[in-house]
Design a protein around this ligand. Structure first.
Ligand SMILES: Nc1ncnc2c1ncn2[C@@H]1O[C@H](COP(=O)(O)OP(=O)(O)O)[C@@H](O)[C@H]1O
Ligand SMILES: [Mg+2]
Length: 397
């Protein structure tokens, strides 16, 4: 069989199965359909964002073995849009002959952020210093308080405590300040008291955050997108811009780190590598083994979007070029302001802006929920950023 073609069931991939049908599944569906590929998603919410744009939906929990079996029976390849899923169930499907892409055992290896950091550090990739939490009994409050004090001594002040699994949009993180007299109470209030689920890392004094998105085809060849500058507020991605505006040597280092990181991860697909740029180094923050918020602007700004790229990769098709079609692009997330259906007013005002592209995900709104995004393209980075923000303000009425 020639490299680049699908193999497991021996046949061509015509039907793509996705675990999760949220906005990423929706944008994957919108990329797959023009290629003539059918999409089925597994999602617990009837009428999930992907189903709204024509994906067939299996309604079920993401970790329900029967639902996963139904998804694989209905499709030629299974992939995912979210990493917080039952990787072992996907490993079992693969062992049973289902084509799962990228590698489910790779997913199992990186789902735990602490294990992920150790994998990266072991490969010589710069990451923040980490400390595992000791498994203390529930009665050991003084020991716990003393351990937190010791953390500040070992890692510096403040320390970032993270949930090993399941975090997103900053929700699994807690900044621990050595000066807080009730550090233990504050930590327990945000991340709970199961210390086997936590670890700590040094706070990185970054001057910028960037992401490098890398795609790999079924034959192992990779392409990388230009480095993306990201701005997180309260742990949530707010703005992504390209070009990243980095010193060329720093940019080259970020690209190199992105490629070296993804070389550690098996299987065809799209991967994002989040990084911190400090005054003297580039440090990997985390891996997303999937399409990523930082890559949404590739829909309009790049020759091939990250979503089409992922579909191509998992379907055994050749990758497309990652070159930019525009001198500058800025994406801003549209975050919910209040509970209820997403507001529809403001769309006309946003669309009146030139070369400004609105994506609404068909999700109900609640404060700080990602309900859409806007990408603006143009020649001048500052003007493009202002236009993207103006469109978002119009939409968030
Ligand atoms: N060690 C750290 N030092 C400084 N800032 C951090 C650190 N870890 C996380 N952050 C900040 O919090 C954001 C979210 O953290 P991250 O670990 O990427 O969690 P999530 O899985 O929610 O994206 C990061 O983009 C960064 O802005
Ligand atoms: Mg992150």
């Amino acid at each position: 069989m020639p490299p680049g073609t699908a193999h497991a069931a021996g046949g061509e991939v015509r039907r793509v199965g996705i675990v999760g049908g949220g906005q990423l599944g929706r944008m994957l569906t919108l990329a797959a359909h023009p290629l003539g590929l059918a999409v089925t998603v597994l999602d617990p919410d009837p009428g999930c964002p992907a189903a709204q744009v024509g994906a067939t939906q299996i309604v079920g929990r993401l970790d329900d073995p029967a639902a996963l079996a139904a998804l694989s029976a209905a499709t030629d390849v299974v992939t995912w849009e979210i990493e917080h899923i039952d990787a072992d169930a996907l490993v079992a499907l693969e062992a049973g002959g289902v084509l799962v892409r990228p590698s489910p055992s790779m997913l199992a290896a990186v789902q735990d952020k602490f294990a992920q950091k150790q994998l990266l550090a072991g490969a010589g990739i710069a990451v923040a210093a980490t400390v595992a939490f000791p498994p203390l009994g529930a009665s050991a409050a003084p020991d716990r308080a003393a351990f937190l004090v010791s953390l500040v001594g070992r890692l510096g002040d403040p320390v970032v405590v993270k949930a090993r699994r399941g975090g997103f949009d900053g929700r699994g993180n807690h900044v621990l300040s050595g000066g807080d007299p009730d550090a233990l109470g504050a930590l327990t209030a945000t991340l709970g008291d199961d210390w086997s689920a936590l670890y700590a890392e040094a706070s990185v004094p970054f001057v910028a955050e960037v992401a490098v998105i890398v795609a790999r085809d079924a034959a192992g060849a990779t392409v990388a997108y230009p480095t993306l500058r990201t701005v997180q507020e309260g742990g949530i991605c707010h703005t992504v811009s390209v070009p990243a505006g980095l010193d060329p040597a720093i940019d080259a280092e970020a690209q190199d780190l992105g490629r070296r990181t993804v070389a550690l991860l098996d299987g065809p697909g799209v991967f994002a590598v989040e990084m911190f740029v400090t005054p003297d180094a580039v440090v990997v923050n985390e891996i997303a083994p999937r399409v990523h918020n930082s890559g949404h602007l590739t829909i309009e700004a790049a020759a091939t979007s990250q979503f089409e790229q992922h579909v191509r990769a998992v379907a055994g098709l050749p990758l497309g070029p990652t070159t930019l079609r525009t001198p500058a692009a800025v994406m801003v997330n549209v975050l919910g302001r209040r509970e209820g259906p997403a507001p529809s007013e403001g769309l006309g005002a946003a669309l009146a802006l030139p070369d400004t592209h609105v994506h609404l995900y068909g999700k109900t709104s609640y404060p700080q929920r990602k309900i859409g995004h806007v990408t603006a393209l143009g020649a001048d980075a500052a003007e493009v950023a202002a236009r993207a923000l103006a469109a978002r303000e119009a939409l968030r009425t």
